[in-house]
Design a binder for this molecule. Structure first.
Ligand SMILES: *Cc1c(COP(=O)(O)O)cnc(C)c1O
Length: 479
């Protein structure tokens, strides 16, 4: 078998050890040198790559493959760049990148304990620790999943099964239409979950938000009463801690009391804002989250873990077992629960290693500093907006997410969207990336100040360019 002599696999007998080492070194060198100079690369590729080479009949040489890798690097979004500040996609911690290499090489499977003895134990321990951080007690449990959408899906599936008692018989057994209550700016994965759970997207009732984009408790109360009046069954309230567009945090204490009063499941989507549990100063923003029946948290965002890394937590682990678990007969009976039986996923990568190794290196205090520096930078960013009468803030940022737009005196209300879209393109030409979400029917620019290498000087440069666009337009239009 001549092909096994090549470096297709790592030969467990070590016959291709040197050759493997050479390839690994070349790839590492390429990747490392690219990211060590990421500031010199564009924030987004100038031309989109639209075609890739076909699957070749005969394998390519390592040099040819390296060439392909280079093309991919140059045509990708560049989250390392300090002026890439448009999305919740962070620069990954070095440890989480290296962890991927280790866990992928091991290729264990989080499906069962026997397929991943070390990682399954590690995940259970990390979940316990996370649960305590969120203010849960010893009865809490959960599992890691590949992203916040899956975490929301799993939480709502367990909620539905638990509250409506439909795990076995399904929704056809119901007389009343089940509905979910979430704010109008909740993440779209809530609707996706409702669709997948057989309730349809219309079962998500949008609750109004106030000027800060936080859910209005009064509107929630009314919606619950209306739902009952119409013969619906409101079974879950979804609050958001860190909304996707403005980073707003719903009033968790108040919403949790409403949920409790009506005996409705309370889920908190803290995919983004959950990171605040690692900050002594800002932990209080999440107060009330400990009353949630379930929580979504994405360490792949504000904890800088390489994707994917997300967690769904349950206040009562028991519910996960009773109302979600499907036992697999092909797995060995063991003392330990197989994580695949309590996860919406089956086979799963050991994402936990990325999180665990990052904490080993950074420590809780290190994370706290990262979070605080992002919050301080956001204040500086807001200060720059306030100094410019032609700029408007969507809302005072609670987190490191800042939504704003230009509102120059010489631009009519109807032209604002066009003007801001042009501003975004202009900035992109200067290698500055903001996202351009729709909020309240209009276009806004959104900054997520995650990158630790984005400093005040970077922010000054960015606002210099915004001023330039404003002044050029002003001269053009008011001449
Ligand atoms: C990012 C995000 C999600 C979705 O997470 P994915 O990992 O993209 O699936 C859900 N809710 C909120 C509030 C988010 O910010």
């Amino acid at each position: 078998m001549f092909f096994l002599a090549k470096t297709i696999f790592i030969d467990p007998a070590g016959t291709n050890k040197e050759d493997v080492q050479i390839i690994a070194d070349k790839v590492m060198k390429l990747v490392h040198s690219y990211f060590s100079s990421a500031e010199q690369h564009p924030v987004l590729p100038q031309h989109e790559i639209t075609s890739f080479s076909n699957m070749p009949e005969q394998g390519l040489s390592v040099e040819e493959i390296l060439h392909q890798i280079k093309i991919i690097l140059g045509n990708s979004m560049n989250p390392y760049h300090p002026k890439y500040i448009g999305h919740m996609d962070s620069i990954p911690t070095l440890m989480s990148v290296l962890a991927t290499l280790i866990s992928s090489s091991l290729n264990n499977n989080m499906l069962s304990h026997e397929m991943s003895p070390a990682f399954s134990e590690m995940e259970k321990q990390v979940i316990k620790e996370m649960a305590l951080r969120f203010g849960y007690g010893q009865n809490a449990g959960g599992v890691m999943v590949s992203g916040g959408s899956l975490a929301n899906l799993q939480a709502l599936a367990a909620a539905r099964n638990h509250v409506l008692k439909v795990k076995e018989k399904g929704l056809v057994s119901l007389k009343n239409k089940p509905v979910i209550l979430a704010s109008e700016v909740a993440h779209t994965s809530i609707q996706k979950a409702a669709m997948l759970l057989g309730m349809g997207t219309e079962s998500v009732i949008a609750i109004k938000v106030d000027a800060k984009f936080e859910m209005c408790p009064d509107d929630l109360e009314n919606a619950i009463c209306n739902a009952y009046d119409e013969g619906q069954f409101p079974f879950a309230i979804v609050a958001t801690a860190g909304t996707t567009v403005t980073g707003s945090i719903d009033p968790l204490e108040q919403l949790s009391s409403i949920a409790k009063k009506h005996n409705i499941w309370f889920h908190v989507d803290a995919a983004y804002g959950g990171a605040l549990v690692f900050s002594k100063d800002f932990r209080q923003y999440l107060s009330g989250i400990e009353n949630a029946d379930s929580i979504t948290f994405n360490p792949q965002k504000w904890l800088y873990i390489a994707k994917a890394c997300a967690i769904v937590l349950f206040k009562e682990e028991k519910i996960l077992h009773e109302d979600f678990q499907i036992s697999a007969p092909y797995m060995n009976d063991s003392e330990s629960i197989n994580l695949g039986e309590i996860s919406v996923q089956g086979t799963r990568h050991a994402d936990v290693l990325k999180l665990w190794l990052s904490f080993q290196q950074i420590g809780v205090e290190g994370y706290e500093e990262l979070i605080h520096s992002g919050m301080a930078k956001t204040q500086y960013f807001v200060h720059q907006i306030r100094r410019r009468p032609y700029l408007q803030l969507a809302a005072e940022p609670r987190l490191n997410v800042c939504c704003f737009r230009g509102r120059p005196e010489f631009i009519s209300e109807e032209r604002l969207d066009v003007w801001n879209t042009e501003l975004q393109s202009f900035l992109l030409k200067h290698n500055i990336f903001f996202s351009l979400p729709v909020l309240g029917g209009g276009r806004w620019l959104r900054a997520v100040l995650l990158n630790p290498y984005t400093n005040e000087e970077t922010i000054d440069e960015i606002f210099g360019k915004i001023d330039l666009f404003y002044l050029e337009n002003k001269n053009l239009l008011t001449k």
